[in-house]
Design a protein around this ligand. Structure first.
Ligand SMILES: Nc1ccn([C@@H]2O[C@H](COP(=O)(O)OP(=O)(O)OP(=O)(O)O)[C@@H](O)[C@H]2O)c(=O)n1
Ligand SMILES: C[C@](O)(CO)[C@H](O)COP(=O)(O)O
Length: 213
């Protein structure tokens, strides 16, 4: 059984407001991710800010869960509700992830986790105080994206250990890396952007207009 946990419980501090409810292509941002997985996977859980749980109406079959302070806390809240032996974690802040990506990260033969990611394309400089220190070898550098798939009991164990040690990571695969589990990679897409800053939202609106004119 595969559970999908869609994260939409952030406060949007870097954007200036809660992005998950912004209308993109005529529907709230979180709906873009929901539509990619609904009816395809066994269970869909949408993690929302506690204060918004009551006002968000969702299609039948989608479970609502209250999130926590940090992204990692929200993942754990979702995990505690998930029934699947495989879980897929996705940021609703990435509205252009495809169903194919969700399917691919759920294939976990020989690994405990699998992420979408794309190779770094630009020349990468190490910079300090406005000065270039050196050019880094980019051949092994990738941008991590979501969706990310995991064996649930492994991800839960990693979350509990991280909480006990006070470790906070920006994505879930970092926790598996920390505790020695294997994480595979599947090709994401440069179009699978994350809306973090105001200019990302402008770009997303333009992408949406091109993709769904
Ligand atoms: N406590 C949190 C924090 C984040 N998220 C979700 O995790 C994803 C990635 O987080 P981010 O871009 O950092 O979103 P925000 O936390 O909303 O933004 P900011 O960090 O700027 O406040 C988003 O889909 C966001 O809703 C969450 O579910 N619970
Ligand atoms: C999980 C993530 O989307 C991978 O790219 C990202 O790390 C989460 O948010 P942040 O903007 O890096 O805090």
């Amino acid at each position: 059984m595969i559970s999908v946990i869609l994260l939409a419980a952030g406060q949007g501090k870097r954007l200036g407001f809660k992005k998950q409810f912004v209308k993109l292509g005529g529907k709230p941002l979180y709906m873009h991710s929901l539509e990619k997985v609904l009816g395809i996977f066994d269970e869909v859980i949408l993690v929302l800010p506690k204060e918004d749980l009551g006002r968000v109406e969702l299609p039948t079959g989608v479970k609502k869960v209250a999130g926590g302070e940090e992204r990692q806390d929200s993942v754990l809240e979702g995990l505690l509700e998930a029934k699947g032996d495989i879980v897929i974690i996705h940021d609703c802040a990435r509205p252009f992830a495809t169903t194919e990506m969700f399917r691919k990260v759920a294939q976990l033969e020989g690994v405990e986790g699998k992420i979408t990611a794309i190779p770094v394309r630009d020349t990468i400089k190490q910079v300090s105080e406005g000065m270039v220190i050196k050019t880094l070898d980019r051949s092994a550098l990738w941008h991590a994206q979501t969706p990310q798939g995991f064996i649930k009991k492994v991800l839960l164990e990693c979350h509990f250990r991280a909480r006990n040690e006070g470790v906070v990571a920006t994505d879930d695969s970092a926790l598996l890396e920390r505790y020695g589990y294997k994480v595979g990679v599947v090709m994401g897409s440069p179009l699978n952007i994350k809306i973090t800053y105001p200019e990302d939202l402008d770009l997303a609106k333009q992408l949406c207009a091109v993709c769904n004119p």
